[in-house]
Design a protein. Sequence first.
Lengths: 666, 348
Amino acid sequence: MIKGDKNLRIGVYVCHCGTNIAGTVDVEKLRQFAETLPGVVLARHYKYMCSDPGQELLKQDIMEHGLNRVVVAACTPSLHEETFRRAAEQAGMNRFLVQIANIREQVAWVTDDAETALDKAKAHVAGAVRRVALHQPLERQFVPILPRALVVGGGIAGIQAALTLADAGKEVILVEREPSIGGHMAMFDKTFPTLDCAACILTPKMTAVKNHPNIRLLTYSEVINVEGSVGNYRVQIRRRPRYIKEDLCIGCMQCVEACVFTRARFPNPFDRGLGMRKPVYIPFAQAVPPVPLIDPEACLRLKQGKCKETCVVACGDRGAIDFEQQVIVEEYQVGVIIVATGYQIFDPSVIGYYGYGKLPNVYTALEVERLLNAGGPTSGKVLLRDGRVPKRVAIVHCVGSRDKKYHAYCSRVCCMYALKLAHLLKEKTGAEVYNCYIDIRTPGKGFEEFYNRVQEEGVHFIRGKVADVSPVPTGPGENGSSGLIITVEDTLLGEVRKIPVDMVVLAVALEPQADADNVRRMFGISCSTEGFFLEKHPKLAPVNTASDGVFLAGACQGPKDIPDTVAQADAAAAKALALIDAGQIELEPNTAWIDEEMCSGCKTCIPLCPFNAISRDEERQIAVIDEALCKGCGTCVAACPSGAAKQKLFGFEQIDEELEGILSYV
Amino acid sequence: MSQTHAHGRSSGKPKLALYWAASCGGCEIAVLAIDEKILTVAEHFDVVFWPCAVDGKVRDIEKMADGEIRLCLFNGGIRTSEQEYMARLLRRKSQVLVAFGSCAQEGCIPGLANLSNREEIFRTVYRDTLSTDNPQGIYPQPETAVPEGKLHLPIFYDTLKTLGQTVEVDYYLPGCPPEAENIWEALVAVLEGRLPERGSVIGKNTTVCDECPRIREEKKIKRFKRIWEVIPDQEHCLLEQGIICCGIATRAGCGAKCPQVNSPCIGCHGPNEGVEDFGGRLLSALASMIDSNDPNEIERIIREGIPDPVGTLYRFNLASSLLRRSRRAATDGNGQKGAAASKLGAVS
Ligand SMILES: Cc1cc2nc3c(=O)[nH]c(=O)nc-3n(C[C@H](O)[C@H](O)[C@H](O)COP(=O)(O)OP(=O)(O)OC[C@H]3O[C@@H](n4cnc5c(N)ncnc54)[C@H](O)[C@@H]3O)c2cc1C
């Protein structure tokens, strides 16, 4: 006997899917079989159920024959479940009284023998019929979306996303860990392949962020906790003290001038340690906000409590300097989140034979970017550590990339930035430049042309991996040399070459930020094997993540150049906007719930929930599930020893009946 | 159930029957654990059949009208043809048939014999044990000819079934044995006619943890410990200490007596409401608590800590679980050819 509603009126629809299904499964026999099943009052087959006439047929039947359950035997529910649910709803039926029997992917496409296929299809249909008999109407639930976005990371990705959202009239909170926004792009002199000046295109955007009435910029700050779910996230942001009040400072830099340290003598991380700063400093001239900050490790007043406080005197009446500033934690509510935390560069000192960190004239590409930058430590002059201008430069490609020992992946931008650096170094110093590469990869717009141009400029290209970088041996009495010799197997010439140079530039890989794992956990996103954040679908949902309302932009998702970063940032902003403007989002219908009487509060389920949706109500001593957070994965339902955790659309009885139905025809 | 038999005919008092099938007899004692209230029972019921305590003949029952007995408390599973006969008989004669205790409800310890079969059981019991002296290897026979005529013994089945797998049961009283308070409540409920929905378990709808005062945290287990290996901490959840306590999956109603005296719950009250397979539930819960992601380590934790998985997880309910029994040979042991086990429900 069939369980469920006594007045069952089930309609079964067998879809031909052209010949996809009908080519293998005898749809007429299947229809006849379906008609005999208890509770079924009507069974049809049709060429394309998902087509407009197919859906119309379904709607007509529901209305004319008073159907109260529907089974569609067609393709996978991930394709058309929504289609048929919607059709049923339009005909006045609750959309959750529809069940799909997947006889395409699970039967027709994987079964050769027609008879076996028919048997299998019968089993699927019988299971679906017995299951749907137990379906209950469910309410669709929606949560409102707060029209405010959090953007994490103020590199070009975060800047672009924030501006797009703010220009559309949405409030944005932009959080940047460093004292200034700008990210890596702010460090560069020029950008490939057009060689626009990085500052010229970036600075206006940075200033626009600062001045935008819809953007609240929180620099020197980090998100430390995220609660809630799509539509209403509660985030806590920790703000480190600058010891200079942002609202009072006008960016005159008099304090920096006046500091008791007359000479800058502390390495500036923004210059990768090649330049120096004072205890009170601004990381670079165009920093946004244009507000200096004080390094408590270097400042005499903060370190020892004793100083003439010349900076305070210089600041005068403005009174912006505040040695008592403390870490503060601010809380914000936002509806959507864009994660744009970027990348870090690979540390090449772990590859001993390149000599980085030991040989002073071996540089990373990022250090060379600073040397080339007009606002950098050498004001744009390419000078070696001993002050000489290099005459011969080797650029080593794929340092840490395409190397199973470090990162198996290609970092995608290195070939191009190596070409850019080759061009700029040659232009500024006239040096002979050797590019030692494995393959040159230039698959972007204008990239190959740029490669040709650099070749024509006389840059040397050697196909081969550099095996060694050593100092030039010095004769007796000589005072050590700063010259270097690189050893490279030129695979095109088929010989090992030793080339004397006085500068080596390592084209280092882009890798996930050191704290990427913490960040991803906090925002409930997954990561790929190499540690970059994982998009929901590599082709069809490239900026979505596993968490609804959390989007990805820029290099935190994988190495990419600025054009791709900006495009992705705008895509993420558009997705966020679409969500905000929809005003609400539908929750998963198949959420889990706790049968309160049956729950003994044993806490088995709590640590298992991948979405932190379960907590324990200490007063009532039971588990409670936050429906807005639940994604219906069913983990708690499977693990609950007392059977108190239950799931809508996946009740024990429903599953049981489906199995019974399937097994009685196999 | 027909209302014409609502009251017994002879004494005017409703008739009560108690029966003991494949079980240890503890349930019979448990009835007496209601103490002096047993007198109240005698006052309100006419005890027409209780082989353990009062004289009564099967043929007297056979002569009764169908439904003449108001209440039958039936303990024990169905292991022999005689037990099956009595189950069917008492079913027919009783308005309310209660599967009394774990054996009748879910098979209990005798049900663990479903891991073997009649042949193996006979071999062990009538031949292999050290104290058995049976050089001719004689096994009990259903029929034995003696000069005086034919002697009959009930047929010993290959598989132990629960009462519910044999006849329709009205109510289930869980426990090995049921608690005195629950027995009393069930009796009162019958007398007062306030019975719950037919087919339900008379008891609580939550698990033992609900009644257990121990402090519990989130559970992470690196090593399962046997009870002889540790003296448990008195205050914290036993399971969190690595001792397999079945309280998380076991129906409440016992007052968490075992964990309160430092002894883990072994699951005698059966699964919670609506749960079909106690062992499966417990297994997936325990599996989710193992604090490791390394398959080899997990395998070691289970192997070292749970040497007898069926005896640990299905101690009381193998016969009523989805597993039911170990794979069966060609015949079902009841003399008939085993039906092809095509449907889940057909395995029994
Ligand atoms: C040497 C070199 C040269 C390059 N040259 C070019 C070029 O010429 N042209 C080109 O198109 N591309 C170039 N690129 C690539 C370019 O750097 C990237 O495409 C771009 O920087 C990606 O931007 P982003 O915003 O995603 O990341 P990033 O620039 O890394 O910015 C991320 C920002 O997020 C902040 N952040 C990180 N974590 C947190 C956190 N937890 N909380 C708050 N804030 C956080 C960081 O401080 C940073 O400001 C080059 C790369 C390298 C290494």
